[in-house]
Design a protein around this ligand. Structure first.
Ligand SMILES: *[C@@H]1O[C@H](CO)[C@@H](O)[C@H](O)[C@H]1NC(C)=O
Ligand SMILES: *[C@@H]1O[C@H](CO)[C@@H](O)[C@H](O)[C@H]1NC(C)=O
Ligand SMILES: *[C@@H]1O[C@H](CO)[C@@H](O)[C@H](O)[C@H]1NC(C)=O
Ligand SMILES: *[C@@H]1O[C@H](CO)[C@@H](O)[C@H](O)[C@H]1NC(C)=O
Ligand SMILES: *[C@@H]1O[C@H](CO)[C@@H](O)[C@H](O)[C@H]1NC(C)=O
Length: 388
């Protein structure tokens, strides 16, 4: 009993480590919108969440509630607006039946370590979260079906460490993430080893601040994002790393990487460890950067997409891009001005071996569970239920 009582909170801490930190009192900030410089952004999008029907409210502002059993779920049955943060770690449920009325969560919604969960059916009324939506470490979750009305997240959408996830097409209504560029988050999709495509993100209008895609070994293209340059989806930081089969980023053409969305915000790029990436064509309209890491892309030979960068600030690193021998597109004057910079390690004879090594690494890492919490926590939760 005592042992279990001690282990449960420890594990809870472990599994939500980043989450807890990231969540510091954001709703209060969100409730008092600052006048922001994002008016410069071209696309038409609303910075407020869509209205939801009137109905029962439950939960408490700045409190987390954890739902582990169907019995606990009964307590929030019929609720339309959940006023705090809700964590769902359900044992024995294949879907989220029982949450059909839930239209808005005022703070974060976290769906995690639910060992039997296969789809999100049941969340069919959910329209918005007032902070973040987290979906992580659900060993059997195959798709995000059920989220087809979900369109708005004030701070971020994070989908990671779901070893069985093959599709995110359930996100087809998602249009607005961190629209006031208030939080250092955005759309984060990573370490989902079975995910084959990003189809389903066609409704996106704004991703403030960050788009982070990494460790998605089966994703071969970024098809799924709106691609018309006129969509001009504003974005600040971009990370594309360890995408073992990604050949090009053509489908980033619908984004507009902002140099500033307010005082002193510059785009930061990290495009690294992509085994077969050949070109950055598609990367849209980056005009000022602060911090660029484009390392270990052995097949990358064209970076002429960076011609648009007028202002470079360090650190800038282009190393182990063995096929990159042509920097002519880059503004030499601007480039020379970068103090902390490493440009150029052209040596095509090393490219193939480096690429193979990255592919091998990717195959090996996708076989390993990334967190033992995924497997241990449900067991401990089960034991603690039995023990009490
Ligand atoms: C959140 O911030 C508000 C005002 O800044 C404060 O009154 C409230 O106690 C804070 N809540 C938490 C949980 O920190
Ligand atoms: C961009 O990323 C850097 C480093 O991770 C971070 O300090 C900065 O806040 C980010 N910028 C925005 C606008 O999110
Ligand atoms: C980009 O890669 C995809 C394969 O993922 C390929 O079908 C397409 O032709 C490539 N586009 C360009 C412009 O090379
Ligand atoms: C870039 O991404 C790689 C892989 O995710 C990471 O290890 C590295 O720390 C990142 N670098 C920067 C400067 O953000
Ligand atoms: C090149 O960079 C310099 C210095 O940042 C800038 O003044 C100039 O306008 C740039 N030229 C082009 C063609 O972008």
């Amino acid at each position: 009993m005592h042992l279990i009582a001690a282990v449960v909170p420890l594990l809870a801490l472990f599994t939500t480590g980043v989450v807890g930190q990231a969540n510091k009192n954001q709703t209060t900030q969100a409730a008092t919108p600052q006048p922001s410089a994002t008016t410069a952004a071209p696309a038409a999008f609303s910075t407020s969440p869509p209205a939801v029907p009137n109905g029962p409210k439950c939960g408490k502002l700045n409190e987390w509630e954890t739902i582990t059993t169907s019995v606990q779920m009964e307590k929030i049955k019929g609720c339309v607006v959940y006023m705090g943060s809700l964590k769902i770690t359900l044992i024995g449920n294949k879907d989220l039946t029982g949450l059909e009325t839930l239209a808005r969560v005022d703070q974060s919604l976290e769906i995690t370590v639910s060992p039997d969960l296969e789809t999100l059916t049941g969340l069919n009324s959910l329209v918005s979260v007032g902070d973040k939506l987290f979906i992580h470490e659900n060993p059997k979750l195959v798709n995000l079906n059920g989220l087809e009305k979900f369109s708005y997240a004030s701070s971020g959408v994070l989908i990671y460490d779901n070893p069985s996830l093959t599709s995110i097409s359930g996100l087809s209504a998602l249009s607005t993430i961190n629209p006031k560029f208030e939080f250092p988050f955005g759309l984060h999709i990573y370490r989902n080893p079975k995910l084959t495509s990003l189809q389903g993100l066609g409704a996106l209008k704004v991703v403030g601040n960050a788009l982070e895609l990494h460790h998605l070994p089966l994703v071969t293209s970024l098809q799924g994002f709106p691609t018309s340059p006129s969509s001009a989806i504003p974005l600040v930081n971009l990370t594309i790393t360890s995408m073992a089969r990604l050949i090009n980023v053509t489908e980033l053409s619908g984004f507009r990487v902002l140099s500033t969305t307010g005082a002193g915000k510059f785009a930061k790029l990290n495009i690294s460890a992509n085994a077969v990436l050949t070109s950055l064509d598609g990367l849209g309209g980056v005009s000022a950067v602060q911090g660029v890491t484009i390392d270990n892309n052995p097949m990358l030979s064209s970076i002429k997409a960076l011609t648009s960068v007028k202002s470079w600030a360090g650190p800038v690193s282009f190393t182990e891009d063995w096929s990159l021998c042509d920097y002519s597109g880059i503004n030499v004057t601007a480039k020379a001005a970068v103090k902390d910079a490493a440009f150029g390690t052209c040596d095509p004879s090393k490219a193939e071996a480096a690429s193979k090594s990255l592919l091998k690494e990717s195959a090996a890492s996708s076989l390993l569970p990334h967190s033992s919490a995924m497997y241990i926590a449900p067991l401990v939760a089960m034991l603690s239920i039995l023990a009490y």
